[in-house]
Write a protein that binds this ligand. Structure first.
Ligand code: ASP
Length: 588
């Protein structure tokens, strides 16, 4: 028998018992004859003591033991002497006097310390992930993830959802990313692709009549790595029949509130029911389609004030169908120039050409651009923003999205610098009324969400005349400025689906080849339906208070999409490559 107890179990109540524990040497201290070892397992730590007077042989063996050795020890539970108890440890009242020790395995000196977490480069952590996962923080993250997923399953089951697995080897599904291809050995020249999401399959499950589906689904997107993304990630995917937008929102809201109460009990939910804000309002006011509403600092539009201005930068932005936006930040007029330069850099990273501002100081406005503006324009800007002495007003003048987003980033940074963000708050909100379509840089029209998204009833007529103006019944759920999920009500009529393909300039042949199965399925009584998918890694990350999703994934890819633990992707023997009917063209 390896153990009678775990390393987090024994307390003063167990005094006098003989117990056996197995685990890793977390820390070892030699105190003039007595050797103390903190023995660690998944559950916690227990202090074990080797006293030559108690057992000479065990003590001698313990002398050779090093950190991360695996031990099995047997001994007697004793209460620690007065003043030696450790109230921070579950087992802190006791220690085990050891009379038998077996070294189950030795360990090389780990490449980084396990008993305390120091700043270690991530490459090394990922290469030795099995050691990194021994750190308390990482273990707790993985446990939290397990518990949250279990709670989700229980909740969904209670709500009548069925968990149904969908295949990993499929035909492409259009979520807008490049797909991972899997060559078919049996059908030379043909490929499976890995799902970007189970989108089409979950819609087919609605057609099959399952009514409420969910899945903890692995998704794959072969994108160049930007930001905090992973080539494979996990969604909570769901779909429901006979629902409207508000029905989907309701279940999701209930589940998020349940998770918050159980796993982030210290966080105060900012508002329930969660606020619902249109895409346009979010962009207009917060300069983001995933606004952090834990603090105010609203952006205002001053296009009307400056549309006839002598200041070309402002006037031309409006003439070219763009906008001029302004952001008031109180009491920062004495920020050093360097800080303002950094804000300008930030605005530029987000597409702005520069960042103009008014500094309201000593009864006047200091700014190189006031000389181009009329007194009336300046007064109106001051009035509209509400600026007073001590404040700064920042401006952006550009096409709509760039003007909003660049100033939105300045807003966020000011909020952070001014400590306006209450870290004890979880601010959930819904963003809806997205456009159906967007124009890509190459002039091509594409869907904002995906081609199965339903246009709003009022806007269906626009599909013929002005599809760019049509709104979708699509929604995103946002938490503290992070998008944690998105979904839509779907098209269930074959003819409407065909129309969307036409607008997207997908030829009937192409539509038939890529989505023929969907069009066909829609012709057998598809019910009205809709759904959503959450980025589960991101949600767990926010609950764990971690800065990136790799910290809550047991074996993530690195930022260059490599698996450093296993060393993948890797070269495959020529014979296997040939068998898969693949010819390698380029090895760079
Ligand atoms: N399949 C969508 C996605 O992965 C989510 C949805 O529309 O339900 O973003």
């Amino acid at each position: 028998m390896y153990r009678t107890n775990t390393c987090r179990e024994l307390t003063a109540k167990d005094e006098g018992k003989t117990v056996t524990l197995s685990g890793w040497v977390h820390r070892r201290r030699d105190h003039g004859g007595l050797i103390f070892i903190d023995l660690r397992d998944r559950y916690g730590l227990t202090q074990v003591v080797f006293d030559p007077k108690f057992n000479k042989e065990s003590h001698a063996t313990a002398e050779d033991v090093r950190p991360e050795y695996v031990l099995k020890v047997t001994g007697e539970v004793r209460k620690r002497i007065e003043g030696q108890a450790n109230p921070n440890m579950k087992t802190g009242e006791i220690e085990i006097y050891i009379n038998e020790i077996e070294i189950l395995n030795e360990s090389k000196t780990p490449p980084f310390e396990i008993d305390q977490e120091k700043d270690v480069n991530e490459e090394l952590r990922l290469k030795y992930r099995y050691l990194d996962l021994r750190h308390d923080r990482m273990r707790n993250n993985i446990i939290l993830r397990h518990k949250m997923i279990k709670e989700i399953r229980d909740f969904m089951d209670k709500e009548g959802f069925l968990e149904i697995e969908t295949p990993i080897l499929i035909k492409g599904t259009p979520e807008g990313s490049r797909e991972y291809l899997v060559p078919s050995r049996l059908y030379p020249g043909k490929f499976f692709v890995l799902p970007q999401s189970p989108q089409q399959l979950k819609q087919m499950l609605m057609i099959a009549g399952f009514d409420k589906y969910f899945q903890i689904a692995r998704c794959f997107r072969d994108e160049d790595q930007r930001g905090d993304r992973q080539p494979e990630f996990t969604q909570l995917d769901m779909e429901m029949s006979f629902v409207e937008e508000k029905d989907v929102m309701k279940v999701n809201e209930d589940l998020l509130i349940d998770l918050t109460k159980k796993f982030a009990p210290d966080k105060k939910i900012m508002k329930t029911p969660f606020p619902v804000m249109s895409y346009r309002e979010a962009m207009d006011t917060y300069g983001s389609d995933k606004p952090d509403i834990r603090f105010e600092l609203p952006i205002v539009d001053i296009s009307d004030i400056v549309k006839n201005s002598k200041f070309g930068v402002f006037k031309n932005a409006v003439i070219n169908n763009g906008v001029v936006k302004a952001l008031l930040v109180n009491n920062i007029a004495d920020w050093p120039r360097g800080d303002l330069d950094k804000l300008e850099e930030l605005a530029k990273i987000h597409g702005a050409k520069g960042l103009a501002y008014f500094v309201y100081k000593e009864g006047e406005i200091k700014s190189p651009i006031t000389k181009f503006l009329s007194e009336k324009e300046i007064d109106e800007i001051t009035k509209k923003t509400g600026a007073k002495t001590g404040d700064i007003v920042f401006f952006s003048a550009d096409e709509y999205v760039t003007a909003c987003e660049s100033l939105g980033q300045v807003r966020l940074e000011c909020g952070r610098k001014l400590d306006l963000i209450d870290e004890n708050v979880f601010a959930y909100l819904w963003i809806n009324e997205f456009s159906m379509f967007e124009k890509k840089k190459d002039g091509q029209i594409d869907t904002v969400h995906h081609p199965f998204t339903r246009p709003s009833d009022e806007d269906k007529k626009l599909l013929e005349s002005k599809p760019e103006d049509a709104k979708a019944i699509a929604y995103d759920i946002v938490l503290n400025g992070c998008e944690i999920g998105g979904g839509s009500i779907r098209i269930h009529e074959q003819s409407l689906q065909q129309k969307i393909f036409d607008i997207l300039k997908i030829t009937p042949e192409d539509a038939e080849m890529r989505f023929g199965h969907m069009l066909e399925a829609f012709s057998y009584g598809a019910p009205p339906h809709g759904g959503i998918a959450w980025g589960l890694d991101r949600l767990v990350m926010l609950f764990a208070g971690e800065p990136n999703i790799r910290e809550v994934i047991a074996f993530p890819k690195d930022q260059k999409a490599k698996d450093l633990t296993l060393g993948a992707p890797s070269v495959i023997p020529k014979k296997d490559v040939a068998e898969a009917n693949v010819k390698i063209i380029n090895t760079n």
